[in-house]
Write a protein that binds this ligand. Structure first.
Ligand code: SF4
Ligand code: SF4
Length: 98
């Protein structure tokens, strides 16, 4: 069963994606201006956000799996997620590497 995380500011704060090796410096720079200008308004109606990909669609910027921190995240535990690399796969991520 695919589980989706609630699109809340609190859940976004818990997300570890910005510390992840797959979230490249180029992507961080590219998305810094986006986040500053779009902040976290109207989250529930959004399909795209460059963070917390388990609640939104995949990233427009991350294209390579260089490791994933999802299974260390509070949202992963609280929502009983089973997958990782949500930034690369819309609709439920892929199986975590052990
Ligand atoms: S979904 Fe996983 S692999 Fe992608 S940026 Fe977040 S922690 Fe990293
Ligand atoms: S499970 Fe992964 S994508 Fe979802 S909030 Fe946590 S680190 Fe971010």
């Amino acid at each position: 069963m695919t589980v989706f995380v609630d699109k809340t500011e609190n859940n976004i704060k818990r997300c570890l994606c910005l510390n992840c090796p797959s979230y490249s410096t180029t992507c961080k720079l590219k998305n810094a201006t986006q986040s500053a200008s779009r902040a976290t308004q109207n989250l529930k109606n959004r399909t795209h956000y460059e963070k917390m990909f388990c609640a939104f669609e995949k990233s427009n910027c991350i294209h390579l799996d260089r490791g994933c921190l999802c299974n260390e995240c509070m949202n992963f535990k609280e929502y009983n997620l089973e997958n990782c690399t949500y930034c690369l796969h819309t609709g439920g991520g892929r199986k975590c590497r052990i």
